[in-house]
Design a protein around this ligand. Structure first.
Ligand SMILES: [Zn+2]
Length: 333
């Protein structure tokens, strides 16, 4: 007997910046700011990804700089995410995007994943969680949010170089997934680093004025993780790092192959395949997504569980374009 489930949640992250206000300079050009390095020590597209961008739509709609939906209304920064809190615990450094002077820091906020309105309320006025504000001169500031509790490695007044370790990626404050949120401000005004100082709203922009020191590929859809479970996983469990098993006992109620992804769109087609230890394809199913989701879990599986190595294969298609695919094995004992 085959069966499948779907599940989704809305991803929350910080939108309120509650740390310090910096000095105001007199220049009104991004020439006064050195290009920004990415604020996280990882390889984008391999072990980290950009989950959400600055909201460039002044209305209550939300659009990222490429007119996509990987943002939410009022989101003031760029979210560089990692797969889960276990990886955060191992330690992924948050880096200064440019040299400057540390203005303010806050530490001591736990890395609780915010999942409910009550939890959101409880973190009011501390949405940034453990954070740092750096003054880069000439009215430029960067702010870093959601660092791991106890990991802040700098103090106010310290002069730091570009790339200096500020602390570790976490999920403190208003965060439902482990990431570092970076906000860029020029003379108190929010700047989208993908648009530059003079291009703060509207979308479908060219990136000639990007503040990043490298060309960042816009990747609004991608794999976060995939694996196997005996019971349906939820988003919070996956962000916590659960269901990494490469072996499962045979007496489980079901064998579920799960995939966690970001930025799936209505009309995307999922192709699920599950192959038994004897090589039989026991599940071969297409699923058309009926809605778009910034964060998504799908799973599909069987109750007829034989011992041996099972293989799950998943593809996400948009029209005739393969967006990504993933294969995973699990040994049933
Ligand atoms: Zn954010």
């Amino acid at each position: 007997m085959f069966f499948s489930f779907r599940n989704q949640v809305i991803v929350l992250t910080t939108l309120v910046l509650t740390l310090a206000v910096g000095c105001v300079g007199s220049l009104n050009s991004q020439d006064s700011l050195p290009k920004l390095g990415i604020p996280i020590d990882c390889n984008l597209g391999e072990d980290c990804f950009i989950m959400l961008y600055v909201d460039r739509e002044p209305s209550s709609e939300a659009k990222d700089f490429s007119c996509g939906r990987q943002t939410y209304d009022g989101h003031k920064g760029t979210d560089f995410a990692i797969s889960d809190l276990e990886v955060a615990q191992e330690g992924v450094p948050v880096l200064a995007a440019a040299s400057g002077t540390v203005l303010r820091v806050r530490d001591g906020i736990p890395d609780d994943l915010v999942d409910s309105p009550e939890e959101r309320q409880a973190i009011a006025a501390r949405e940034c969680g453990n954070g740092i504000v750096i003054d880069h001169g000439n009215g430029w500031e960067t702010q870093y949010c959601h660092l791991r509790n106890g990991s802040i490695a700098v103090k106010p007044g310290m002069t730091i170089d570009k790339g200096a370790v500020l602390g570790m990626v976490g999920a403190s404050g208003l965060a439902s997934f482990p990431h570092v949120h970076i906000t860029v401000r020029h003379q108190q005004k929010i700047i989208d680093p993908f648009g530059g100082v003079d291009n703060t709203s509207g979308c479908d922009i060219d990136n000639q004025n990007s503040l990043w020191d490298e060309s960042l590929t816009y990747t609004p859809t991608g794999l976060i993780r995939a694996g196997f479970a005996a019971t349906p996983p939820n988003q919070t469990e996956l962000w916590q790092g659960k269901y990494k098993d490469t072996q499962l006992p045979r007496n489980i109620p079901a064998l579920l192959f799960w995939v966690q992804a970001y930025g799936v769109l209505q009309g995307d087609v999922e192709k699920w395949q599950l192959t038994s230890p004897s090589g039989e394809v026991v599940l071969n199913r297409d699923n058309i997504l009926d809605k778009s989701y910034r964060s998504w879990i799908g799973y599909s599986g069987t109750r007829r569980i034989a011992s041996g190595v099972w293989q799950g294969k998943y593809q996400l298609w948009r029209g005739n374009k393969l967006i990504f695919e993933v294969k995973k094995d699990v040994r049933v004992l």
